[in-house]
Design a protein around this ligand. Sequence first.
Ligand SMILES: C[S@@+](CC[C@H](N)C(=O)[O-])C[C@H]1O[C@@H](n2cnc3c(N)ncnc32)[C@H](O)[C@@H]1O
Length: 197
Amino acid sequence: MRKFNTENIPMPKITEFELPTLPLDVEIGCGVGLHPIQYAISNPNRYLVAIEHTTDKFKKFERRFTKHGNPQNLLPVHENGISWVTHLLPKESVSRFFFLFPNPNPKPGQQNKRFHAMPFMEKVIECLRPNGTIHVATNELFYAEESMEFMTNVWNLECVHNTIIEKDSEHIGRTHFERKYLERGQVIYDQIFRKKD
Ligand SMILES: C[S@@+](CC[C@H](N)C(=O)[O-])C[C@H]1O[C@@H](n2cnc3c(N)ncnc32)[C@H](O)[C@@H]1O
């Protein structure tokens, strides 16, 4: 894997972030924000930064955020997650990263666009605290298999959770994409990787 070079990564628009006192979690590519809102409400003792770079989706997320009374432990960020994490997070500051239904970029020449295969993953892991986790969910079997291979063999993380989710009365979906895939009868590959101590 090529070394991650921060000099190639553009600066985010807002160049300051004060670390919260609560445990910090970061979601990259949160879409219209269903998961961040639910997560922040059900985890009042954690702080989530939820990042989305597509303007239309971020605007819907902001509206949802306002509708739910601006949860104080959630920061919606309209930005490229790679820029934001690279330039604003110190080492070992994050407890949990979430990559929920990242664009699979399925064409053969697109592997370098999948998060687990990017040099950027080195930075993500550097920002994780020891025992911190990276949560990946996808509806694509090839993506799940490749993620498992990279996360454990290239990045030396421990897989602590690897399950298949199907639609049932308990699970209607944590995100809009997950709901869509479950409605179609597809299964979800759900993986959590831990940074070794
Ligand atoms: C397939 S959608 C999934 C959205 C949401 N996680 C869900 O499951 O409903 C992938 C999202 O990731 C966003 N995204 C992709 N790369 C990103 C990046 N580098 N920084 C921020 N957002 C990103 C896209 O704009 C898109 O909204």
